[in-house]
Write a protein that binds this ligand. Structure first.
Ligand SMILES: [Zn+2]
Length: 276
């Protein structure tokens, strides 16, 4: 609770200052990548990390982006520009979802399409195959199946890998690491009949070896869980992201995230930026 209060106080102070310079901050040539998980209702007594965002709140976020003139671009388009040393467009945003919850198809996809935006979904094989222990509350949420991924691909979503088992990639040996990266890529590609090029690190954890294996395996970019924006000097294999949670349930709270009021957290406590 103390952590939550101090984070809110710090972010409010930053917000008060940044809001005055809002246009200047947002009009920098940099891209903010939003990281969502599930788009559905959840039990607030259990979902203390706010991993589920209500569909109505998600729609409010998308409407805010549209009305405030943000430029929603595809993740691979961003990676390609950065690879060429080209700065991202002003006010650019990339939308991503981690894990592979069913609600991305049933709730998020129609809203993304309604606003004519692009999005990337990072799927974890153990989520899709329901091999994760159910005592962790979000493991009990309904997940996508392979047919759903094909439907999402047809709806314009780009599919990426979020590894095989959802283990921290910093805690396994090289052989297992190759299995997580190459194994997940092969399984996804076999089932969706398409190539994939983007990766997101489970729990945001990575090493230089992880990055090297990703490059060897033909990936073109990877998303970390470090808070922040990506300018033309960004490392395309550790792109920064901004987690959007169920607590970002008003335009002002969403605006705080877009203005980078939590960027000072860096990689600290990514999944709990609003939680005690
Ligand atoms: Zn995850």
């Amino acid at each position: 609770m103390i952590k939550r209060i101090s984070k809110n106080i710090a972010s409010n102070i930053i917000f008060a200052r940044r809001r005055i310079a809002k246009s200047k901050i947002l009009d920098k040539e940099s891209c903010r990548i939003l990281a969502y998980h599930a788009i559905e209702s959840s039990d607030p007594s259990k979902d203390l990390m706010g991993l589920a965002v209500l569909p109505s709140v998600f729609e409010m976020h998308m409407r805010y982006l549209k009305e405030e003139g943000f430029c929603v671009i595809g993740l691979l388009d961003l990676a390609e520009s950065l690879r060429k040393g080209i700065a991202p467009p002003k006010r650019s945003i990339v939308i991503t979802f981690d894990d592979g919850y069913k609600s991305i198809l049933t709730n998020a996809m129609p809203i993304v399409k309604k606003f004519d935006f692009k999005a990337t979904l990072f799927v974890n094989i153990y989520f899709l195959e329901q091999k994760l222990p159910k005592h962790v509350y979000w493991h009990s949420w309904q997940t996508l199946d392979w047919g759903d991924l094909i439907k999402l691909g047809q709806a314009g979503f780009s599919i990426g890998s979020h590894a095989l088992t959802h283990k921290r990639l910093t805690e396994i040996d090289r052989e297992a690491l190759i299995g997580e990266i190459a194994g997940s890529r092969e399984t996804i590609e076999k089932n969706i009949h398409d190539k994939i090029y983007a990766f997101s690190f489970p729990h945001g954890k990575y090493t230089n070896e992880t990055k090297n294996i990703l490059k060897q395996e033909g990936f073109l970019c990877a998303c970390s869980s470090v808070n922040g924006i990506n300018d033309k000097n960004a490392d395309i294999f550790t792109l920064k992201r901004t987690e959007i949670t169920g607590f970002d349930d008003s335009p002002i709270k969403f605006e705080k995230k877009l203005l980078g009021c939590y960027d000072w957290l860096g990689s600290f406590n990514f999944y709990a930026s609003n939680v005690a």
